[in-house]
Design a protein around this ligand. Structure first.
Ligand code: ZN
Length: 179
């Protein structure tokens, strides 16, 4: 298992619409293991495939949301997820993102929703989620459509973040040239 480099704001892969996953191969399963190691190392509570450079419809979530009592690092993989039945009731929660280091902002999103997804064994599941889990799932699912949480914040706040975002994007480009 390997820690994968996390793509930073300004990297074009973060803006692409990710492709659905067909068969769940050993290669995908190995990639998911690498994603999990990367997420727990960061540390983060969710990670989407485009954030490590692979534009496919897959993300993982730490079901303990960073507060596991044990040392076992469990995660749930959501393959080809579909979000539906989003509640009209919306809630404002502060978000951050591993691809946008040091930036946090309040984002308004539906409080609850239903998610259909395929697991690593190829089985389809449906889950009704709320609370922080619903929040993380919506944030990660956005990554599959090339959407970042800063796209969803209050325009005034976004303007205030403008300089910071430009700096991130610039440092990202510099790193890419160097790499
Ligand atoms: Zn993110």
């Amino acid at each position: 298992m390997a820690i994968l480099p996390i793509r930073i704001y300004g990297d074009p892969v973060l803006r692409k619409k990710a492709a659905p996953i067909g068969e769940i191969t050993d290669e995908i399963r190995k990639f998911v293991d690498d994603m999990a190691v990367t997420m727990f190392d960061a540390p983060g509570i969710g990670l989407a495939a485009p954030q490590v450079g692979k534009s496919v419809r897959l993300f993982i979530v730490d079901p303990h949301l960073g507060e596991s009592e044990s040392d076992t690092q469990e995660f749930v993989a959501f393959i080809n997820p579909v979000l539906r039945e989003k509640s009209d009731d919306r809630v404002l929660i502060e978000e951050g993102c591993l691809s946008l280091p040091d930036i946090r902002a309040d984002v308004e999103r539906p409080r609850t929703l239903t998610v259909d997804f395929t697991d690593l064994h190829g089985e389809r599941h449906t889950a009704e989620v709320g609370g922080m889990l619903a929040r993380v799932i919506q944030h990660e699912n956005d990554h599959l459509d090339g959407i970042l949480f800063v796209d969803r914040i209050n325009p005034v706040r976004r303007r205030l973040l403008g300089k910071q975002l430009k700096q991130l994007s610039r440092s990202q480009k510099k790193n890419r040239v160097a790499a």
